[in-house]
Write a protein that binds this ligand. Structure first.
Ligand SMILES: [Zn+2]
Length: 204
């Protein structure tokens, strides 16, 4: 905790002091973020850092496994998605998974979370991904199956997003850009899903 308090002091005298105008403007005018960024709660994924986005630019929703709940399930994630779309009118939505994701490990090895009541329940939403991995990728080794789980999960969440009427409408009207990313922790690289080629390619 002490480290965090020291960090706040350093933020105030450093970044905040040199960006005071930006914060004043954000406080008086309000937020107009361009992007809804849905990612994992993992502490190693820091959206503003990897995109170099200043405050006010990313509307971020985080949960374990960057899951987009089905439209018939209530919850904070769906509420945040609705707010970003209907009120903030963001132009982009990005679902960003990442390598070494504990949630994806739990998809491959559900027994690891057997004793975690809430996590187990939450990850039931990704049962479709688990089945897909079993059906299509069981011949692969652990690392390759993990990569497949991370990628397939991002694609599954993009599909869930399309089910929200306010997203479907915007996609149809070409006023919303939807992307699926995977952040490679060890390499600091982001891979972007290319629907035409059907694969994740390095974002350049
Ligand atoms: Zn994760």
């Amino acid at each position: 905790m002490h480290k965090l308090v020291k960090g706040i002091h350093s933020f105030r005298t450093g970044y905040f002091a040199s960006h005071r105008q930006l914060f004043e403007q954000l406080a008086s005018v309000g937020q107009t973020p361009e992007t809804l960024f849905i990612t994992c709660s993992d502490s190693r994924v820091v959206p503003n850092l990897i995109t170099n986005a200043p405050p006010g630019e990313l509307f971020i929703v985080r949960n374990v496994g960057n899951v987009v709940p089905r439209t018939d399930l209530p919850g904070g994630t769906a509420a945040a998605i609705e707010y970003a779309m209907e009120v903030l009118k963001v132009e982009n939505v990005i679902v960003c998974g990442h390598t070494q994701c504990g949630a994806m490990q739990a998809i491959l090895h559900p027994e690891a979370v057997e004793n975690l009541t809430y996590l187990k329940r939450w990850l039931r939403q990704t049962d479709g991904v688990r089945k897909l991995i079993q059906e299509r990728y069981s011949h692969l080794d652990e690392d390759a199956r993990m990569t497949a789980a991370v990628e397939e999960n991002v694609l599954a969440q993009l599909e869930n997003l399309r089910e929200y009427p306010f997203i479907a409408e915007r996609l149809e009207a070409h006023t919303l850009r939807m992307s699926g990313w995977v952040f490679d922790l060890a390499r600091g690289e982001v891979f972007d899903y290319d629907p035409e080629r059907g694969e994740f390619l390095p974002l350049r």
